[in-house]
Write a protein that binds this ligand. Structure first.
Ligand code: GLN
Length: 486
């Protein structure tokens, strides 16, 4: 078996037994990236030297018997995580040459755990998008069909797992950016509860929605990665000081007696029949495993996309005001004064979708419109959160589609932003509610494209969705299929 085919927990066992060294595993990934990534474009930067140095250190720790769960495991990061001394672009021209002076908290925790960082992954510029086509570094190709998008915005993070270019990755999810690409690439992706993982050192898109989470080959690997990064951080005042459970320990409890809710508003006309079939088959699997299936309602679902595109753009317009060419990032100064320097730097540095979002958000926040748009959206957000809390009074988890269709073709939706925005219709409500959800492989379309299932949990109920996903995964074979790419 190839080293790059192993899950994190399989590789971890081999490293512990010293059947393989961290340097060998790292070399195997670096070679595969060099050979295969040109077909996928998942990486913006590959950090060979840093990776091999970390692998040597991991081997010393392994030899000394001091290894933790991630010691010597080759991982990669969405290029939204600031990394000390390693270029961090957020897939934007405006940060093309930005080299941060520090590591964010999640990165620091991975490094402290002994992980080897292979490089930085492609994404939609500033995490705005659902297809990875909004990257200044070119689109990512779906490893299952290179004519198709991998999803976004963490498209590089999902494609790197599917193409076996990293053992695990981190992404961020503001409206679906971990779950939707995980679904389109046939991998597992988890968005934790808002406040579960520190956002310190994660470039901000919409601060009240952004959350860090893992993408991996199976549910157990996701639990391992979440364990490493979760927990309170004094450097992020929105990170919550509540104990981190033993996620791996929760995995094998089965689903007997678990109440699984099917929100009727998620089974709408626009749902692709193959996605609907996959959901129905999953319901049958859960029934067989002893779960109880209950119909529930999330009545404000229809307002979620509109509500999200007001709140997210408003926060983005404020967050992105810092890119003005003064302290860091691209500066274009033709000597025509400060205002012109701002204007030229931002005009040249931001892509079209980012500009669209800044304009929408600035409008929603402007005097006279604030109450009509932003404030009203905040009220709708409260109603959406309440829908979820009401549903969780009746059930333990919710089972829904991740995306209305399997991966669409490159270029198919680029001319119609509204169509693109609608790809997140089933993921966005979870971010507005601030709760947790994951995508787990749930089948394939006739054309051979992966279809993900979404499991949504109570706030800080990551254990339960991991447990429910693990039970399904053990009862099915979807996660074992390999994307056809060599
Ligand atoms: N596609 C959504 C957007 O463009 C979600 C992106 C994300 O979760 N970062 O805003």
């Amino acid at each position: 078996m190839n080293l790059t085919d192993l899950t994190i927990h399989q590789l971890q066992a081999q490293l512990r037994r010293r059947d393989v060294s961290a340097v060998e595993a790292t070399r195997a990934y670096l070679e595969r990236i060099a050979a295969t990534d040109p077909q996928v474009n998942a990486f913006i930067s590959v950090t060979d030297k840093v990776a091999l140095a970390a692998a040597e250190e991991a081997d010393r720790q392994l030899a000394a018997g001091e290894a933790g769960p991630l010691t010597g495991i080759p991982l990669a990061l969405k290029d939204i995580f600031v990394t000390e001394g390693v270029r961090t672009t957020c897939a934007s021209r405006i940060l093309e040459n930005f080299i941060p002076p520090y590591d964010g908290t999640a990165v620091r925790r991975l490094k402290k755990g002994g992980a080897v960082l292979l490089g930085k992954l492609n994404m939609d510029e500033f995490a705005m998008g659902s297809s990875n086509e909004n990257s200044a570094f070119g689109a990512v190709k779906n490893p299952w069909d290179r004519q198709r998008v991998p999803g976004g915005s963490s498209g590089g993070s999902a494609a790197a797992i599917a193409a076996r270019l990293a053992a695990g990755t981190l992404g961020t999810d503001t409206g679906g950016s971990i779950r939707q690409p995980a679904s389109h690439c046939g991998v597992v992706g988890l968005k934790p509860t808002y406040g579960r993982v520190s956002r310190y050192g994660v470039i901000a898109y919409a601060s009240s929605l952004d959350q860090v989470g893992p993408l991996a080959r199976d549910v157990e690997d996701c639990a391992v990665l979440l364990q490493a990064v979760a927990g309170h951080d004094p450097l992020d005042s929105t990170s919550v000081d509540t104990p981190v459970p033993d996620y791996d320990g929760a995995l094998r409890q089965g689903v007997k007696g678990l109440r699984i809710g099917l929100p009727q508003e998620y089974f709408i006309d626009g749902l692709d029949p193959e996605v609907r079939d996959a959901l129905e088959a999953a319901v049958a699997v859960y029934r067989e495993l002893g779960a109880e299936i209950v119909e529930v309602s999330l009545p404000h679902t229809a307002y979620a996309v509109a509500c999200y595109y007001l709140i997210a753009t408003a926060e983005a317009s404020s967050n992105l005001a810092r890119y003005d060419g003064v302290r860091y990032g691209l500066r274009i100064d033709r000597g025509e004064g400060l205002i012109d320097m701002y204007r030229q730097s931002r005009a040249a540095g931001f892509g079209a979708e980012v500009k669209r979002r800044i304009m929408l958000g600035t409008y929603a926040l402007s005097s006279g419109y604030y109450d009509a748009y932003y404030l009203k959206a905040q009220k709708v957000r409260t109603l959406i959160r309440q829908d979820f809390l009401d549903a969780f009074a009746q059930v333990d988890v919710l089972l829904t589609p991740v995306a209305p269709t399997p991966a669409f073709r490159l270029g198919e939706k680029t001319t119609d932003p509204l169509q693109m925005y609608l790809s997140d219709i089933f993921t966005i409500p979870v971010n507005l509610a601030g709760t947790c959800a994951l995508s787990v492989p749930g089948g394939f379309s006739a054309a051979g494209l992966p279809i993900g299932l979404q499991l949504i949990g109570r706030p800080f109920g990551e254990e339960t969705i991991l447990q429910a996903a693990h039970a399904y995964e053990q009862a099915t074979e979807w996660h074992r299929r390999k994307a056809p790419i060599e």
